[in-house]
Design a protein around this ligand. Structure first.
Ligand code: PHE
Length: 471
């Protein structure tokens, strides 16, 4: 297995001799962080984290979420980045090449990742489409009403119109495909390193506005007041699903990104930085939303209705509300863009490296497949509203299968692979950048968690949350 120790692109792995020998990769250390953070920060921070926290015990939920992050998703993230960088290949090839025995089907972890990325994109592009549409609606003032019934009608007109939903999804897909075709350094890194700082600035502006409204403290209390009685096995599974979804781990995104990491990048350090920055965005998003929601006496709804019905009405109630609503929609679009780029990269890198297609061809094929499968999610509120599988619309089904099943299962096998198949010496070699970094302590902690704690926790939480065992 010579491939394991190689850190240069295994050009022999590309089937087509006409393909370039050097893979595109991220160029600067900061660019690496921004691209990775771009993947982690997404609609999850705005649409999932604050409402899940508010509804499931506030600070108590945040503590559980933090534990899941530190004990499960950060170690899985480090694993993925490390394996991706070692193999310098797409997710499926990475696990196939790094597996010590060819008879062991570790490549299936990569396959599960490609499927998960695809399913997430199928519903994520629908929500992103609504967000993009709302920039227009905020600019024209169409959605600006202090009456939630009016904003609710605007939203329901959008989601129940089959064509509008589909067209916005296609616009999103075209935008992402365009950046992906530009490439890893020029497209993904070039864009995220400009957008991420802008996102922070916008978020801070909206936060200050929200927190300085009279009555804002009640929203702060809603977000942080600990209520441990809400914490059930189902809620813990939800927190873990969120920890996977938020840090984009367990499904090949970070493997693909790791394959573009610099040889001198400090992987554990980068993962921790990304985690902290992502958590800050989530908490700031909560502080941008709930104080304003409570200040104007609205109900702290969950999920899409919070984002698309309550928020416009809340912003419409404040001075210069239109300006802040436009800013907020731009913020959400930026967040969604970075996340979708990383999801797209998973199937595209696989197709570009393992088939005759070049990057442009691979992007077009992914685009077409997503336009087809994604349509079932886009039409979940209109033509296909009554079509349910396991009691769920296609939209909800894709969300459930990816974050509650495929990502934790992928994470479990990744942890087993690192802790029991790859083992300490190789991990030490890779995570210290061949002895250059003096981070043995961190590596030891990581190794212990990835070998014992993470797999045990994932298994327990999954079996409990799915109702298979009860503790
Ligand atoms: N982390 C992104 C978010 O929070 C979603 C995502 C999941 C992106 C999986 C890539 C892979 O919105």
């Amino acid at each position: 297995m010579s491939i394991i120790t190689k850190t240069k692109p295994p050009s022999s792995e590309t089937k087509d001799p006409g393909k370039p020998l050097v893979r595109d990769s991220f160029t600067s250390k900061l660019g690496v962080i921004f691209a990775t953070l771009g993947s982690a920060v997404g609609l999850g921070n705005i649409w999932k984290f604050p409402s899940m926290t508010g509804a499931n015990g506030g600070a108590a939920f945040i503590i559980i979420y933090l534990l899941c992050t530190l004990l499960v998703s950060v170690p899985v993230m480090i694993t993925e980045l490390m394996l991706g960088r070692t193999a310098r290949a797409n997710a499926i090839t990475t696990y196939r090449n790094l597996s010590p025995k060819k008879s062991q089907p570790w490549w299936l972890v990569g396959v599960s990742g490609v499927v998960a990325a695809f399913l997430i994109l199928a519903f994520y592009t629908v929500v992103a489409g609504w967000v993009f549409a709302y920039i227009g609606k905020a600019i024209t003032g169409n959605v600006l009403s202090t009456n939630p019934e009016v904003t609710s009608q605007v939203f329901s007109r959008l989601v129940t119109s089959p064509w509008e939903s589909l067209i916005w999804q296609w616009i999103v897909l075209i935008w992402i495909s365009f950046v992906i075709i530009l490439g890893v350094s020029k497209g993904i890194e070039g864009l995220t390193k400009r957008l991420m700082p802008a996102l922070f600035v916008i978020l801070l502006i909206v936060c200050v506005r929200s927190l300085t409204l009279p009555g804002a403290m009640e929203g702060v209390r809603f977000l942080f007041k600990p209520d441990f009685s809400r914490i059930t096995p189902g809620v813990i599974l939800m927190a873990m699903g969120l920890a996977f979804f938020k840090l984009s781990v367990g499904m090949g995104t970070m493997t693909a990104y790791g394959s573009y990491y610099r040889d001198d990048q400090d992987i554990p350090g980068s993962a921790l930085r990304v985690m902290l920055a992502d958590l800050s965005v989530s908490i700031l998003a909560g502080l941008a939303i709930f104080p304003a929601v409570f200040a104007f006496g609205f109900k702290p709804d969950a999920g899409p209705s919070l984002l698309f019905i309550t928020i416009p009405a809340v912003f419409a109630s404040m001075p210069f509300g239109q300006f802040f609503l436009i800013l907020f929609c731009i913020l959400a679009s930026i967040a969604a863009t970075g996340a979708m780029l990383s999801l797209f990269e998973v199937p595209v890198s696989f197709l570009a490296e393992r088939t005759k297609l070049n990057r442009t061809g691979a992007t077009i094929v992914t685009f077409l497949a997503l336009a087809a499968v994604g349509a079932t999610a886009a039409l979940s509120n209109s033509i296909l509203a009554d079509v349910k599988v396991a009691g769920k619309t296609f939209f909800d089904l894709y969300d459930f299968i990816s974050s509650n099943l495929l990502m934790p299962i992928g994470g479990f096998f990744l942890a087993i692979f690192a802790g029991w198949v790859w083992k300490f010496p190789k991990i030490q070699e890779q995570l210290s950048n061949h002895g250059v970094l003096k981070n043995r302590g961190i590596i030891r902690i990581y190794y212990f968690i990835v070998r014992y704690v993470a797999p045990a926790l994932i298994l327990l939480v999954m079996l409990n949350g799915l109702g298979i065992v009860n503790w």
